[in-house]
Design a protein around this ligand. Structure first.
Ligand code: 9WN
Length: 436
């Protein structure tokens, strides 16, 4: 076995909690939605049954409404936004026997389920998909029913945590003036230190590599407002100004919708026609988020329809959706390869280096992450850019091979950043290695 495989397998083993895997034992001691999906995609190469369990375990947290929460919580973990913070029981739709968060995360799950099934013996794959399909369907139904109030096909997010790229510039721009009284009082009373003590991440990782206290408190405020609405998405969307039609989320959803259609076909089920119509709407609606002037896709404020013109890697994810034209794809690939934008020595930066928001070592504001690289690689393959895809695949593997399974890396010099032994880095490195 080569060294990288050994290292990655060891990380996944150490972070395994039986039926699910924690992203990082110290920093993230619960089960996260898109993390478990990426983890299952890698685990399928080692133990496809365990990978299937990783997906199945996510659904312990599914709400009666169909919502899949971004965190399914364990007790007494010390994570600052735990069960007492979310109080999921305020919603009658929340599961009774397990505490969860009240928001979702990028819908990678149907993609992961399809990929895991490909590695199971056919009879087992059939049983797995049969059993998981109604739950996946309920989740996609919830996204369209509760998060697409205008029936346009673009999913509305109520918190930056939902997009997965937490402190990404367009979201931080959206909440720049959000200043509830409790946060200003908090600042006036110089309580910063109190919150810093509650945070585990800045104890293990230098603070300048993480989301700032103020940004995190603002996201906590958005979560609190949503909780006050008993996590009723329609209420929150109609009352909150901080709602975003997120380009990354909808791009991933398109890819996931396609997986769901193939899963349905595999087990001879029919997706309800009104839902499959909504799928096609999302594909068409991506075009609304294209900006001719800068030749890029952006997220948009749901209420004002103002485009959030802070370029990020999410604007490249329409490649992953496979739903844009070849002409648009060509333009994105040009931007991806441009040395002044995304074409760094250790690609792909989450924010282009030319942007005034680029920060080399700060979380989702510049560093290269293996999950976004994985989506870019598949996006390039969708459009036949084989060499470019192979190049990013190779560079991602080198990053992990040389530096370890860190959470993220400097896009300028490859320096490992964030948590070490991070599960999805290990899992997706395995997948990148095994699927060449
Ligand atoms: C909040 C677990 C998660 C990832 C997210 C990443 C980070 C949490 C946090 O960690 O978010 O959900 O505490 O910062 O931004 O993408 O799923 O790895």
């Amino acid at each position: 076995m080569d060294k990288l495989t050994q290292k990655a397998e060891a990380v996944l083993k150490a972070n395994d909690r039986g039926s699910y895997t924690v992203p990082s034992p110290k920093l993230y001691p619960h089960q996260w939605l898109w993390d478990s999906c990426f983890i299952a995609i890698g685990l399928r190469h080692i133990d496809p049954r365990r990978a299937a369990t990783e997906i199945e375990s996510l659904f312990r947290g599914q709400w009666q409404s169909g919502m899949l929460p971004h965190i399914t919580l364990r007790e007494d973990s010390g994570y600052w936004a735990g069960a007492g913070f979310w109080q999921s029981s305020v919603s009658p739709a929340a599961p009774k026997d397990v505490a969860t968060s009240g928001i979702t995360q990028p819908p990678v799950v149907a993609i992961a389920a399809e990929k895991v099934a490909q590695k199971l013996p056919e009879a087992e794959a059939h049983v797995f998909l049969k059993q998981i399909y109604p739950k996946l369907l309920a989740y996609h139904n919830w996204l369209y029913r509760d998060r697409d109030p205008d029936n346009r096909g673009l999913i509305v997010l109520v918190n930056a945590w939902e997009c997965g790229f937490d402190n990404t510039p367009p979201w931080m721009h959206t909440i720049r003036f959000l200043s509830p009284l409790w946060i200003s009082t908090f600042i006036k009373m110089r309580l910063n230190g109190v919150f810093t003590k509650r945070r585990r991440d800045t104890k293990t990782v230098p603070a300048e590599q993480r989301i700032s206290n103020i940004e995190a408190l603002k996201l906590a405020h958005l979560a609190y407002m949503h909780r006050k609405n008993d996590y009723d998405s329609r209420k929150t969307i109609s009352t909150s100004r901080y709602c975003v039609e997120d380009i990354g989320f909808s791009s991933i959803l398109i890819a996931a919708n396609k997986s769901l259609l193939r899963i349905a076909n595999h087990i001879s089920e029919d997706i309800p026609s009104d839902l499959s119509y909504r799928f096609t709407q999302t594909e068409k609606a991506l075009e609304e988020l294209w900006d001719e002037e800068t030749q890029m896709y952006y997220s948009r404020n749901f209420h004002t329809k103002r485009v959030l013109k802070q370029p990020t890697i999410s604007g490249l994810l329409p490649l992953f959706s496979g739903a844009i034209s070849k002409e648009r794809a060509d333009k994105l690939v040009r931007t991806l390869s441009d040395a002044r934008q995304f074409g760094t020595d250790f690609p792909v930066p989450t924010v282009p280096t030319s942007s005034r928001y680029f920060k080399e070592i700060c979380y989702w504001q510049g560093p290269s992450w293996i999950n976004s690289n994985w989506m870019v690689v598949h996006g390039l393959e969708n459009y036949g850019y084989k060499e470019k895809a192979a190049d990013i695949r190779q560079k991602s593997l080198e990053l992990v091979g040389k530096n370890g399974c860190n959470e993220y890396f400097s896009a300028l010099n490859g320096k490992p950043l964030g948590a070490s032994n991070f599960s999805w880095t290990a899992a997706l490195a395995l997948d990148l290695l095994k699927t060449t």
